[in-house]
Design a binder for this molecule. Sequence first.
Ligand code: DAH
Length: 335
Amino acid sequence: MHELLDSALARIESAASAEELEAVRVEVLGRKGVLQALSKDMGKLSPEERAARGKLINTAKQALETAYESCKAVFENAALARRLESEWLDLTVPSPGPRPGSLHPITQIQWEIEDLFRSLGFSVLDGPEVETEYYNFDALNIPKDHPARDMQDTFWLEGGHLLRTHTSPVQVRGMEKLGPPLRMIAPGRVFRNESVDASHEHTFYQLEGMMIDRNVSVGNLIYFMKTLLTAIFKREVAVRLRPGFFPFVEPGFELDIQCLICGGTGCPVCKQSGWVELLPCGLINPHVLRASGIDPGEWNGFAFGLGLTRLVMMRYAIDDIRWLQSGDLRFLQQF
Ligand code: DAH
């Protein structure tokens, strides 16, 4: 028995690696190990012999475990030393600096337009994305059960709330808050319950505009729209007005620009017509003024609703609207 224990001790101490040491541990101290074998025929011994044998085994076990632990510590320390030697960090190397991000193309155009309108005396207003039926529809001359409500697929929420389908409700909030005379724009996110494809998103951006003063004419409207479009496209653009129906304007228009790709001769982008529909607008319907406590006998004005997302897609020739909200860095890093 002493021989067995001595040789076990020797093997532990001569293990050349942590793996070898582990193998020895299993053999010597494990469930099928030497110590276990020595305890096996204890039942056949007399009580005195058994007590003596037990004592011996315990002492031996302790000796083996101590030897094992100290050998193990040696290997562990060596391994740690090797890691410390190979994995180190030079804290004195200058950092590469922050990686600059970039503004989303919608933000870029939005800020450009905000700058332009501020320089023309307009306030930039903000409104809630969760709106009430009143601001989104009723106050804009779209009463309940009127078919015009069906022009916009709406996400309805509880308690008369909805996700605003356009930025037009901010017109109403602007009139209530600031009163006439009024020059305001309101960029923001709007929502439609649409199935998503290359040209439709449930979430997109518009920029609303409104001017209320005395004797505002369609001529004023055209002037501001041409100023806006010249600034955006950085060149003179030809526009035309067609009649368009929106309950909150009368008369209402669709403003088209002459196609910037072909210059008006006809191409796939303008569907061979030479014109691209860009911006609905009109003179504010007197009902809308009245609903916000403004006397249409004294004041009038124009309003427009620019599709910001659409505009970005045109300016950068983006062929799928889904890129804009994708968060895909390959897309975003181009701006
Ligand atoms: N709110 C309308 C829409 O989303 C667009 C619009 C049309 C806004 C005419 C206006 C306007 O201010 O005068 O379909």
